[in-house]
Design a protein around this ligand. Structure first.
Ligand SMILES: [Zn+2]
Length: 419
């Protein structure tokens, strides 16, 4: 263990990896409108370098903020002065990160020794890409790797295409990891890719689905951001594009789609974690997916996987107005969650993005819905705020298993309701 820590310290020094010693994540509960106003003011304070893990402010839902060690006293005093109650959700962020890293290093050694992939572990981009190659090689008649373009830093972006033939069959899109730090999403997508491959020809539902439709699964939708979470800053969310006139990098790739772009719930500030970018589709990672979807022209469902909060959402995010298909999508979502919950009793909420969490403009599923992809959904996976983005690796498989049940329900419904 000592050796691992020494190696880790060395790597950290080489990469100038961001440290979070003594940082805490506070869970704050607004009890009145005046509290939410105070929290909005708090968000404007740039001196305290707060990292909001949740977005939007309401009395319905807690606000989770990572507070740097140096700002802790000031922030806690501020909350007490305003009679706003809070709890400490994570006592020392760096402690969890060290544990996460040690587990990864340990696992890498084990995988080298056994030459097998461990699904209950987090992996870097290279390892996930190597896993994809292995999976494609072992299922050449079912899976192919589609390069949809390159990221800002010139990394290839791969979708796994599950197809049993046909030309431009109706298809279902699933993506994970558009927000870099939501590690359980990429890890779950890896497990799900393997699950689809091994269930084809075994599970009648998967077999009949792939007899009629294709599935595109993009495991790492923000490869630059994901690589950066491994080398420099585990808390990174955005892309890594350079912003003209600012020293802050990146835009929020889920505020960058051409649906209500630049509206409420996105920031104009390049330093903000919800910066929408200079214009819609400015982020090449978003543009690549948009081009693939448009070029294909026959997607019937688009499902985007995020964490955390345990929610299954449908459009819209940029307005709280109901979509024409509200009642159908609500029913599908509710039934999908019933399946998901049946495995480990993990509780989810279902609703439109705007109604269930907050107004958020420029989101992917609003755009896909508006171009006619009716079955557009977004998941927020585990947990509800015990570990947040730092979900321990031993929860990867249970999370993936239950999510798969929800996904499979939606996919089956899409298959049985052609339009
Ligand atoms: Zn997200």
């Amino acid at each position: 263990m000592k050796l691992y820590l020494a190696v880790f310290a060395l790597l950290a020094a080489v990469h100038c990896e961001e440290q979070f010693n003594g940082d805490q994540v506070l869970r704050i509960q607004a009890e009145s409108e005046s509290h939410t106003e105070v929290l909005k003011e708090l968000k404007k304070n740039v001196d305290w370098e707060l990292d909001f893990w949740t977005h939007g402010f309401s009395t319905e839902r807690p606000v989770d903020i990572r507070v740097p060690n140096t700002s802790l006293c000031a922030v806690k005093d501020f909350l007490r002065e305003n009679n706003i109650s809070f709890t400490v959700m994570i006592n020392n962020v760096q402690e969890l990160l060290d544990k996460e890293r040690a587990e990864m290093v340990n696992n890498e050694g084990m995988e080298r020794e056994t030459k097998s992939f461990v699904f209950a572990a987090y992996h870097n981009l290279e390892t996930i890409y190597a896993f994809m190659d292995t999976l494609v090689a072992s299922h050449p008649n079912l899976i192919s790797k589609v390069n949809i373009g390159s990221s800002y830093e010139n990394r290839p972006m791969y979708a796994l295409k599950f197809s049993t033939g046909g030309v431009s069959r109706p298809a279902i899109w699933v993506d994970a990891g558009i927000h870099a730090r939501e590690w359980v999403t990429q890890a779950s997508a890896v497990w799900i890719a393997n699950k689809i491959a091994s269930d084809y020809g075994v599970d009648p539902s998967v077999t009949s689905l792939l007899g009629q439709m294709d599935i595109y699964l993009m495991i790492v939708t923000n490869p630059d951001g994901y690589a950066f979470t491994h080398t420099n800053n585990r808390m990174w969310r955005k892309t890594r594009s350079v912003n003209l006139g600012s020293s802050c990098r990146g835009a929020d790739p889920n505020r960058n789609w051409d649906a209500g772009f630049g509206g409420t719930g996105a920031s104009k500030d390049p330093c903000s974690d919800s910066y929408h970018g200079p214009y819609a589709n400015s982020e090449v990672e978003v543009k690549n997916v948009v081009d693939l979807i448009k070029g294909h022209g026959n997607f019937k469902s688009f499902i985007s996987i995020h964490s955390y909060s345990q929610l299954l959402m449908y459009p819209y995010g940029y307005t709280c107005a109901d979509i024409p298909d509200q009642s159908e999508l609500h029913a599908v979502g509710t039934a999908a969650i019933k399946e998901l919950t049946s495995l480990y009793n993990t509780r989810y909420q279902v609703g439109s993005i705007c109604n269930i969490i907050y107004t958020a403009s420029g989101g992917s599923i609003d755009w896909t819905y508006n171009i006619g992809i009716k079955y557009s959904f977004a998941f927020e996976l585990r947990d509800t705020g015990y570990y947040g983005f730092l979900l321990p690796a031993n929860q990867i498989i249970p999370t993936a298993e239950e999510t798969w049940l929800g996904l499979k329900y939606i996919m089956g419904y899409v298959r049985d309701h052609p339009y």
